[in-house]
Structures are given as structure tokens and as C-alpha cells.
Design a protein. Sequence first.
Length: 374
Amino acid sequence: MEKRFILLVTFLSVVMIAMAQPVSDSDTSGSVRSVYCVRGAQYPRITPDHRAQFKVVAPEAKLVQIDLGKKYDLIRNEKGEWLGTTEPLGPGFHYYFLIVDGVRVADPSSESFYGCSMHTSGIEIPYAKDVLQYELADVPHGEVRMKRYFSKTANAWRRMFVYTPPCYEKSEKEYPVLYLQHGGGEDERGWVLQGRTDIILDNLIAQQKAVPMVIVMCDGNSQDFTAELLNDCIPFVEENYRVKKDRSHRALAGLSMGGIHTLNTAIPHPELFAYVGVFSSGWWAKAPMPGLMKMDTETYYSLLQEKKDEYNASFKEFWISMGGKEDIAYENCRIMRERFDKIGIKYTYYETNGGHTWPVWRESLYQFAPLLFK
């Protein structure tokens, strides 16, 4: 037992030394540590021109790469350290993986995030100095609470994250509520950790660009999302939080898979939601690949066709955003919008460059939230 303890301490010491090694000026070239570096780690780093620098200690490895959507081969030095620098990256949050001899893993020097259906690493590229909407500011801050509830739909304990605005604790008022859904391969943590929802809303509310609201972020990984939302999540929120319970003060939005969940729930239930947001999403234009969400989209188009005037009157805002033509959902969304146009469904369309990524979805929330509950 004593020998095992000594070996464990030795191993942990080696790991900590490797993660906390000093970095010379020649290594950094004016770069700064990533905001997601774990304590003591000096890499990844961000250069002034927004390149990411990596250093990985793996003396026995044969090949080490960084995968940021594009793979970068790192170069081994005589110390067994693998180093490399990426091309300039766009501002905002990016997932990345280490690939060590063909095995994709999270970087032990970086905070991990649940995305791509597994824990992976994240790096934050600074925005321009005049882009402040996603940054902490000296304004009143709301709170994010993790709440557990029992889902009768899933017959299991589930959890949600709930943002309450800065004024919530000091008042007795009831607030409107936005139900905000993550994408596929992510969970209820995504909009808080990767999306910075609380920071975005704190800043908007402080500038009086958005009304104070409660935001509920549920786990969309459900066999029947609509049933869980309507029968479990909404009743739980309305019982435990001071929220207004009429459709005029209830919104539903989501990104990617969460956008499809939003469409599949709001279209059959216009009596429940007055505001609908669909980010980087759209019904499948063709049959989805095996294992992906299956649905009879023609049923929804038929509902829209039959009750066009009712939908146009009911939805105070039907808002659709897309991350440009590089967004993997672009064609599905384009074809869906063509169908909407043919039927005569009114909607607002917003497009920004960035593809199918968190920077696009942060911007979508920033643009969508000020439209709610006016």
C-alpha cells in the first residue's frame, strides 16, 4: 500500500510539473493564456493576431495533432514536447480535441465542455475591443441555478439550468420566461457555459435593450421532448418560479437540434408560445441519416397551410437565424423558408457569418432577446 501511494504521488507530481512548466518569451511571442486553462497550465495560448498556440508533453507519442475542425500536426522537440500554432481563428468559443496517436481526447490543460457528444476542450478567442455584449461588465448580475426535477415522461430525475434576472430577488413581480434549448451532442449546460447566456442577458437588461426575463435551459436529450417540456418542465418552472403563465409571456427557442425541437413543439401548440426562435436549424429537407431525428415534416407544413392566418396572428415574433452558407443546416433552413414563403407564413430572417458554431448562437440570442415581451 505504501509503495502504491508513493508511485501515485510521484505520478501526480510529474503531471503537475508538466502542466505548470514556465514559458519563455520566445515561446509566447506576446501571447496570453487561454481563459479556459486549468490552474497552473500555460497552454493553450492566444497570440495578438488570434492564433492558438499549443504545447503538449507526450514524449512517447508518435503523432500529436490538434483538431479544431481542421487538423494541425504538432512538432516534437528534443524534450518530448509537441508544439504548434494554428491559423488565425474567429472570435468566440471553439471546441477542440487533442489527437494522440489517433486517439481523440480532451486536453488535460484546458477546461472541458460537453459537446460533440463527449467531453472535449474549449478555447475562447477574444472579440474586438468594441464588441462587449459577450463580456462580463460592471452591471447588476443575475443568477443561474441548477434545479433537479423528476420527469414523469422519462421516469427519471432530470435537471435544468435557470437564469433569473438581477432584479428577481429584490422584487415580488412575475417575469416572462424563455425556454432555450441546446443543440445535438450537447446538454442543458451548453447555453450557460459555451453560450454565456447570463452575461448576454445581464448586459442587455442593464442597457434596457431587453426586458428582465427568466430563461430556462432544459435537457433536450429526450425521447419525447415536447411531452417533457409541456408536462414536466413548464409545470415545474411555473410552480417554483415567479413567472407569468400566459402565452404572451412565454417564448421557445433553440439551436440546431433545439431548433427542430422548437418547431416540433411550437407549431402544434401556438396557444402556448407567442415567440419562437430557430437558430441554425430547419426541418430536414431530405430523409435524415440513421440515428438522427425522424419526423413527418409534411404534417407540420399542413398545419401551417391550414391555419396560416392563425399562426401569423399568434406568433408575435417568428425569428430564424443562420450562420451563413457555411452553416451545415443552411440548405435545410433555406428550403424550409421557401416553403414558408409559398404558404405565406411571416417570419424574420437574420444571417451572420460563422457557420454552425457558438459564436453564431451567442449572436442569435443577443439579437433575439430584445424582441421578446415588448
